[in-house]
Design a protein around this ligand. Structure first.
Ligand code: KG4
Ligand code: ZN
Length: 353
């Protein structure tokens, strides 16, 4: 059983303010984002400064450039979030910040910035696990969500099936043994000559393609396994392309994109259905950047409706990295009195367990 250790000793006692105002800060990869959330339901502001265009020319995120960009943007992004919320540091109840997993340099900018701001403002610091943040993004629009539920977290770095029994009480049922779903989509997109990030590009190009054109394998692993493996599926696309090139031929990129997207979605949906059957839960939460994928959302919706299971997913803006998801997770930690010490450090390999 994993957990987030609600109730551990914090750096500052709970504030006595009547409203709970959380500033959430996210800098784990290539988005500098800040949001102000009041009482867990009212998102007063949400600012995202994306570095996608900067990294696009390299075909992926360059860690050193990402850290430098965060350094440039963290202060103005936070200030804009406060200004739009018409609040100042003195109105805050706590500052929540992602401390892992992610790129160490990027995380360090957020963690040190948040520490300095929280210390100066005299409010508690709350370190947030980025993966938990993605899942809790669902509480932004569904504060009434009831436990237990299953979460399918599909991002650029992670693919997890998690059973949540209560706040802070969860169990990882399955995870990827190699590439994450988003990572495989990004790598295949790059090979197909599409822009970074690859997931949305594959989705766009796939609209013009035939999802049945190529029969890529679906890695289901042994019977009943809830783990994932996308590396072999990704290699199958690369091998298909290489064979065609060696014969001097070319392949239809939309067909390749549509067929690969279909294969990834089939695996994600089938594993989720296995987990639903095993646990008997009646709610599935979708989370992470790949959760923005329309085919995945529509297929899950159809499959879950047949089983009388509710699908909850955030709007696309709260699927990819954002400060609002960190603010809402911080809110629940705040309610539990779970604050972080001033020695909080970036933890690039932080896991859910
Ligand atoms: O959650 P996220 O923003 O960052 C991580 O924590 O990794 O996820 C980024 C991933 C990338 O791999 C990106 O290609 C993928 O999410 N992604 C999508 C879509 N939008 C973003 N994948 C498929 N379809 C999309 N519409
Ligand atoms: Zn993320």
């Amino acid at each position: 059983m994993g957990g987030i250790g609600y109730g551990r000793e914090g750096n500052v006692m709970k504030s006595q303010k009547s409203e709970i105002v959380i500033l959430g800060i996210e800098t784990s990869c290539d988005e500098t984002s800040a949001a102000v959330l009041v009482n867990g339901t009212e998102l007063r502001s949400h600012v995202i400064s994306s570095q996608i265009v900067t990294h696009q020319r390299y075909g992926g995120v360059v860690p050193e450039i990402a850290s430098r960009e965060h350094c440039l943007h963290i202060q103005p992004v936070v200030q804009q979030a406060l200004d739009e919320a018409k609040l100042g540091f003195s109105d805050l109840s706590a500052i929540a910040v992602t401390y892992g997993p992610g790129l160490v340099g990027s995380l360090l900018v957020g963690v040190s910035g948040a520490k300095a701001m929280a210390y100066a403002a005299g409010v508690p610091l709350i370190g947030i696990n980025h993966l938990e943040g993605h899942i809790y993004a669902n509480f932004l629009q569904h504060p009434d969500l009831e436990f237990p539920f299953l979460a399918l977290l599909v991002s650029g770095g992670h693919t997890h099936l998690i059973l949540f029994e209560a706040h802070g009480q969860y169990q990882v049922l399955g995870h990827t043994l190699d590439d994450a779903a988003g990572e495989a989509l990004d790598k295949v997109a790059r090979t197909l000559g599409l822009k970074y990030p690859g997931g949305p590009e594959i989705q766009k190009v796939a609209k013009e393609g035939d999802a049945q054109a190529f029969k890529f394998p679906r890695a289901m692993l042994e019977k009943n396994s809830l783990d994932f493996s996308f590396s072999g599926m990704k290699s199958a696309v690369l091998n298909t392309l290489n064979s065609a090139h060696m014969r001097g031929g070319t392949l239809n990129v939309p067909d390749l994109a549509a067929s690969f997207q279909q294969a990834v979605v089939d695996v994600l949906v089938q594993k989720a259905m296995r987990a639903i059957k095993r646990t008997g839960v009646k709610t599935l939460l979708l989370a992470g950047g790949v959760a923005a994928n329309t085919l995945l959302r529509e297929t899950l919706e159809q499959e879950l409706a047949v089983r009388n299971v509710r699908l909850v997913c955030p709007p696309p803006i709260f699927c990819t990295d954002n400060g609002a998801m960190i603010a809402i997770t911080g809110y629940y930690h705040y309610l539990a009195g779970d604050f972080s010490p001033w020695t909080l450090n970036a933890d690039p390999g932080l896991s859910l367990t």
